[in-house]
Design a protein around this ligand. Structure first.
Ligand code: FES
Ligand SMILES: [Fe+2]
Length: 388
């Protein structure tokens, strides 16, 4: 984040604290409970946002070396991502060109060659078919026409993007919608991958996104965990086309009041949380970054899977590896044990059929923006205002 923007964010938060105010969406809006539970809606979302929309699959640290690979199975396309000898990030269908077997089963590792477990056709990490056993028995084929199916892939600002369709467009600056300049300042490319977690939760995927969208709940739901660290119900909020950034307010912001602005570092007093349309959260701490990818179940609106990845700043990892690894893990466990438990309970409320809509308050602008954004993408009207 550019320094003058860091100053603006911190000033905004201090101003809210001093006046007892918060960001204001300008109205209360309502969302139908059926927007979460409807199978037909879920099918439209799956097609529009996951089968046919660019996906973030990780960060540069997930492919730390030439020869690293990663497999992904979250959005209906088995995918093999590689870093080739030139350091280039590439993505392929993880599907053998002989008879379609999944080529690589491991979630990640280092290998420049991939040998199919069925009949041992072998592919390089650039997708080329380089070996067919017993070619005189199999028959003559043109190897150059039977490489892995390559997908559009881009690595920008330390984030790995893939389009799940071979002919899909991938314009990352456009997808970032005004955050391109800001993301260039975070040096995500230098982050070291330090771990993963997966939360398989009985709730619609949009409730997982919603739980990141406000801090109104901190003083109740997180009374003993996050509330001692954060001022709840105070945030700075900005939108960037389909994306947004919330800056949560850390209590140590009070230290910044006596510091000259030129020495302000936003992460001392704020915790930037980025949402990238349609399903990505990136939480930026001083020493570590957490990426959360939220996926629906293709066949079931009642279930979602959150893939949580942890990354650390190399200097922090070298100075204090135990704390640097523990902090993002414990933050994610709060999401799992408090936020997602509450969100899954909201889903049971939506399923009850007894409450036909939920409300988004004026102090929950990210929920208004997110829901109106995906609704617009599906050609649906914006959320109805119930009170100004
Ligand atoms: S299916 Fe892969 S080698 Fe036969
Ligand atoms: Fe929370």
């Amino acid at each position: 984040m550019q320094h003058e923007e860091q100053v603006r964010v911190i000033r905004t938060l201090i101003d809210h604290l001093d006046r007892g105010t918060n960001v204001d969406a300008g109205a209360i809006r309502k969302v139908a409970a059926a927007d979460y539970t409807c199978p037909d809606r879920a099918a439209r979302e799956w097609q529009a946002f996951f089968r046919d929309y660019p996906q973030v699959i990780g960060m540069s640290g997930d492919l730390p070396r030439a020869g690293s690979f990663l497999t992904v199975n979250d959005f209906g396309r088995p995918l093999l991502a590689t870093r080739d000898a030139d350091g280039r990030f590439r993505a392929f269908a993880n599907v053998c060109r002989h008879r379609g077997t999944i080529l690589e089963a491991a979630p990640r590792g280092d290998s420049t060659r991939f040998v199919c477990p069925f009949h041992a056709w072998t592919f390089s990490n650039t997708g080329a078919l380089i070996g067919v056993p017993k070619p005189d028995h199999f028959g003559a084929i043109d190897k150059s026409c039977h490489g892995l199916i390559e997908l559009p892939a881009a690595e920008r600002h330390g984030i790995l993007w893939v389009h799940p369709q071979p002919d899909g467009g991938l314009d990352v600056p456009d997808l970032l919608g005004g955050l391109d300049h800001e993301f260039a300042t975070w040096d995500f490319a230098s982050l070291v991958h330090i771990g993963n977690d997966t939360y398989d939760t009985p709730m619609n995927w949009k409730l997982a996104i919603d739980t990141f969208g406000e801090t109104y709940h901190f003083e109740k739901l997180h009374r003993d965990t996050l509330a001692p660290i954060f001022y709840g119900n105070v945030q700075a909020y900005d939108t960037y086309a389909r994306n947004h950034r919330m800056a949560l307010c850390i209590r140590s912001i009070d230290l910044m009041r006596s510091m000259p602005e030129r020495d302000w570092d936003v992460t001392t007093g704020a915790f930037p949380v980025y949402y990238l349309f349609p399903n990505i959260q990136i939480n930026v701490g001083a020493n570590a970054v957490m990426l959360v990818r939220v996926y629906p179940d293709a066949d079931n609106p009642d279930r979602s899977v959150s893939r949580v990845s942890f990354y650390a700043r190399p200097a922090a990892l070298a100075a204090d590896p135990v704390t640097t690894r523990a902090v993002p893990q414990s933050f994610a466990e709060i999401i799992r044990d408090e936020d997602y438990v509450a969100a899954a309970a909201s889903y049971r409320g939506a399923q009850s059929g007894l409450v036909n809509h939920f409300l988004f308050g004026r102090n929950e602008p990210a929920l208004h923006h997110y829901h109106n954004t995906y609704r617009a993408a599906l050609g649906l009207p914006p959320l109805a205002i119930v009170a100004a």
